[in-house]
Ligand binder design. Structure first.
Ligand code: FES
Ligand code: FES
Length: 134
């Protein structure tokens, strides 16, 4: 298990914020077509702040650790700040991921984006694009 940092192992063995959320304000589900792993992110949003985040991930250890860390990183942040949490930020917070496992952290970034846009759609707000210029 030397390829994984202690932080990754910690978040894999003791994932934070696992489970479903009742009446979430936003939900984002993403799948990775290559490995078949699935991640679902639930958000509770009030006054543009992420009050709570939970996740369910059917996937590898790195995907579970990434989801766990991602929920920790976005809690208490504004939607704008949470949107800017990149997969690299998630991987850095985990003290790195092996390069073949970086795509697992991409799932977390995509799930956050989808959940935020799900919320924005429900609020009749314009959706945010994946890139600035879009
Ligand atoms: Fe099997 Fe991710 S490829 S768990
Ligand atoms: Fe696919 Fe980790 S192997 S998300």
């Amino acid at each position: 298990m030397a390829m994984y940092s202690k932080k990754v192992m910690d978040h894999f063995m003791n994932p934070r914020n696992v489970g479903e959320m009742e009446n979430p304000d936003g939900v984002g589900e993403v799948g990775n077509p290559k490995c078949g792993d699935i991640m679902r992110m639930y958000l509770k949003i009030e006054d543009n702040i992420i009050q709570d985040a939970k996740f369910m991930t059917f996937g590898c250890g790195a995907a579970i650790a990434s989801s766990s860390m991602a929920t920790e990183l976005i809690k208490g942040k504004t939607l704008e700040e949470a949107w800017d949490v990149s997969n690299k930020a998630v991987a850095d917070a985990l003290e790195g991921l092996p390069s073949i496992k970086m795509h697992c952290s991409v799932l977390a970034e995509e799930a956050i984006h989808k959940a935020i846009n799900d919320y924005r759609q429900k609020q009749n707000l314009p959706l945010w694009g994946e890139k600035e210029e879009e």
